[in-house]
Design a protein around this ligand. Sequence first.
Ligand code: LLP
Length: 422
Amino acid sequence: MPIASKTFETIRSEIAGIPISEIVAKFGTPTYVYDMAVIEERVRDLAAFDVIRYAQKACSNIGILNRLNKLGVVVDAVSVGEVKRALAAGFETHNIVFTADVFDREALALVKELGLHVNCGSPDMIEQLGNAVPGASVTLRINPGFGHGHSQKTNTGGPQSKHGIWHEDVVDCLRKADLYNVAVTGLHMHIGSGTDLEHLSQVCSALETIALQVGRTLTTISAGGGLPVPYREGQTYVDLDQYYSLWDTTRKRLENAFGHPLSLEIEPGRYLVAESGFLIAEIRAVKGMGENTFYLLDAGFNDLARPILYGAYHPISISHRNGRATKQMVDVVVGGPLCESGDIFTQEEGGFVAKRSLPAASVGDFLILEVAGAYGFVMASNYNGRYRVPEVLLENGKMHCIRTRETFEDLIRGEMIPPSSL
Ligand code: LLP
């Protein structure tokens, strides 16, 4: 189980054993690639948990969902689209949980039609589900009153968060569940994304307190997601043995109290896919701006939004065209082609441009944004009329296209010019 600190190289010639030149020759740039072996390793890391439920919002391409299904991972869905993705990838309905804070009408109808298990994040959902599916069993997602994430925008606990059922409202919700003929069989807490072991550990005792209020109807407890991964040189992995044993102890105490076994779930998104993903771009301009040197790429924040959204740091490497590597390092700012000043990959929270020490490179060389598999492609947009990029799965030495590059037809699909009297 990895607890070592991570190192990143700034020059890279291959990904998953496949030369970058070959990937680019086949798919062009920008392109997302995912190394399947890394995903498999991350799944193995979490094998101690009874159930690994993948939060597909992190990377929901059906090619990847299909492989996770084959590895015995089950899945979480937050929308009709995510439920349908899971089905298209091969998941059976009993392996899909619908987790949300609201049911839109279409989602409630689909939950009813497919008989999906629901993780309710708002008291109103209990009533709505009870009316639509009398006799349903549910999980309650509880906001324990505290939370933590890598950014304030990814903190999902405490009074400022819209997520979950407030911990003091549990007794009311149990009454509501009785009234609407709904059985509470699961309990779930997710306090934020990209948090740390200290905060994650606090969830165990918070969940135990609530579980004792819910009582013997419970058959499943979920630790939620939030496991961080190293994005910077020297950052370490969470000690998963320790994390598991904290949860296992909580589970065993509850099993003793209830007199029956409880299934222990974990619900990671980032942990399973972040490190598998790379966004390969080409440097298209190198220019000086006073004291700053800019590498400008053919990829922008429409392709990878985490830096502009959260000031998120992604490791960067350079792949010199024709293998003409240079070890000379330069301090540069890395930006994209979009017509917006915030289109900078090396920025800190608040939009402040930061320099990065990278190998000297020229127009035509490739720049790779690493640890980009989670919340990368899924948050891409068509801003500035840009086509969303291909996704490629690298598996057993082969390149599988799992999404083609968009075309102009994709860009204007569904748009129309209304009749004009001019
Ligand atoms: N479960 C629930 C109910 C969630 O809301 C989330 C993430 C997860 C699990 C998975 O969390 P993870 O293991 O990936 O930390 N776009 C942001 C992250 C948003 C997370 C949303 N919910 C980012 O790029 O950092």
